[in-house]
Design a protein around this ligand. Structure first.
Ligand code: ZN
Length: 406
């Protein structure tokens, strides 16, 4: 059975760009290796979740891995908790938190506390607080980002964001979005904690120092994205494939951990456009004998799309192309390359546009596609598929699909 290398170029898909002669960054880029892959493989276009659905990266990845979004997706918080390796368990309520700055009237004046680079002092101060029997864990992520986990009985993640998502607005009180006792209790406990945290942060020495230096104080915790930590079947239970995740950014490591994949660290893998992506590919290849399925994630395409930097996105795609050369030249593997969604530079945000997909293995039927790109792959034999179709196609190509019927 071939080993599967599953490459996701985040936000790869795009729309026509005038200065590229109405080509997309992928079409404009020089990609000899991806084009070779297209010639070897079977190509098509993929709607990561469904036609006309504009997905977040978390939802899109669950869909590509064949999970049921209705039952298996509970919110962003659990992915973030898993992403920083927090000890979260099924049933815990997980939230994303920003260390932020409010004025004396509780109006948000900076959502990221002046992009504070380390929040470990805040988490050390507040981690382990118990309110009404609920234990609250708080851990630092990168920069101003933190993750909060609530553990205890009678909790419900149906609570609204406290983060007003813009400045100049008063912090919202934490409210339940469902009319049930558990959600109301969860909102009440979280609000008590946020108020308690605010009081403690106001008198923190480092905040007094930040104020003296004219910096924004990290004096409030803005929560959002509440979700209950799910109890998902692991990728291995679902498909019988031992999987490993090679990613730089926290969310994608979180996806890997939530699905029970091993997550390996690669030096220089930053989850940004400066990431050493060739090292990630080399790392995956070095583990070839240990795993059956390699989830390799590149984030730069999405970041540059969100910056509206089409030239940078094109260059990053060329960097991906060079990094993939050793995989494209391997004969005995099943190699998939696609994206979790489009991030058009003209939009600086995710769109519902479909994305190109190619699957190469010794067993795939050939088609006439000779280039990897939005235009070319639309002519491929795979046609237009949805994210949920990808894993079943792979499993069938591996010869592991169950017969339906007699
Ligand atoms: Zn994405």
């Amino acid at each position: 059975m071939e080993k599967v290398f599953f490459v996701i170029c985040d936000g790869l898909g795009d729309r026509p760009i005038e200065k590229f002669g109405r080509k997309t960054p992928l079409e404009a880029a020089d990609t000899p290796n991806l084009d070779k892959l297209a010639r070897k493989g079977i190509s098509g276009m993929l709607h990561p979740v469904d036609i006309g659905v504009r997905p977040g990266s978390d939802v899109a990845h669950l869909s590509l891995f064949g999970y049921n979004l209705k039952t298996d997706y509970t919110g962003r918080g659990p992915f973030e908790a898993a992403g920083i390796g927090m000890d979260a368990r099924p049933g815990d309520i997980c939230l994303r938190v920003n260390a932020a700055t409010v004025n004396k009237d509780s109006v948000v004046i900076d959502r990221r506390a002046g992009r504070i680079d380390d929040t470990s002092e805040i988490s050390d101060l507040l981690d382990g607080t118990v309110i009404e029997g609920i234990r609250i864990c708080l851990k630092p992520g990168t920069g101003h980002r933190m993750v909060l986990v609530m553990r205890g009985k009678n909790l419900d993640a149906a609570i609204a964001d406290v983060d007003p998502h813009s400045v100049g607005i008063k912090v919202k009180a934490c409210k339940a979005v469902k009319n049930n006792k558990k959600a109301k209790r969860t909102a009440r406990v979280l609000q008590k904690f946020l108020t308690y945290a605010h009081k403690k942060l106001l008198v923190l020495d480092s905040n007094k120092e930040r104020k003296r230096l004219g910096k924004f104080e990290a004096n409030y915790l803005l929560s959002r994205g509440a979700g209950v930590y799910p109890n998902l079947p692991s990728f291995e239970e679902k498909y019988g494939l031992k999987a490993v995740c090679v990613a730089g950014a926290g969310l994608y490591k979180g996806i890997g951990r939530l699905l029970g994949m091993d997550v390996v660290e690669v030096e220089g893998a930053t989850g940004k456009a400066d990431s050493n992506i060739a090292a990630k590919v080399r790392k995956a290849i070095s583990l070839k004998s240990k795993y059956d399925f390699f989830f390799i994630h590149f984030k730069g395409t999405d970041i540059l799309g969100e910056d509206g930097d089409c030239e940078g996105k094109k260059q990053f795609i060329e960097k991906i192309d060079a990094a993939l050369k050793p995989l494209v030249n391997m004969k005995d593997i099943l190699l998939v390359a696609t994206a979790d969604h489009s991030t058009p530079c003209s939009l600086k945000a995710h769109s519902a546009d479909d994305v190109p997909v190619v699957i190469a293995s010794p067993r795939v039927r050939d088609d006439d596609v000779e280039k990897f790109g939005e235009r070319a792959c639309a002519h491929g034999r795979l046609g237009a598929i949805r994210g949920k179709h990808l894993m079943p196609i792979i499993i069938d190509l591996l010869g592991m699909a169950k017969l339906v019927g007699a």
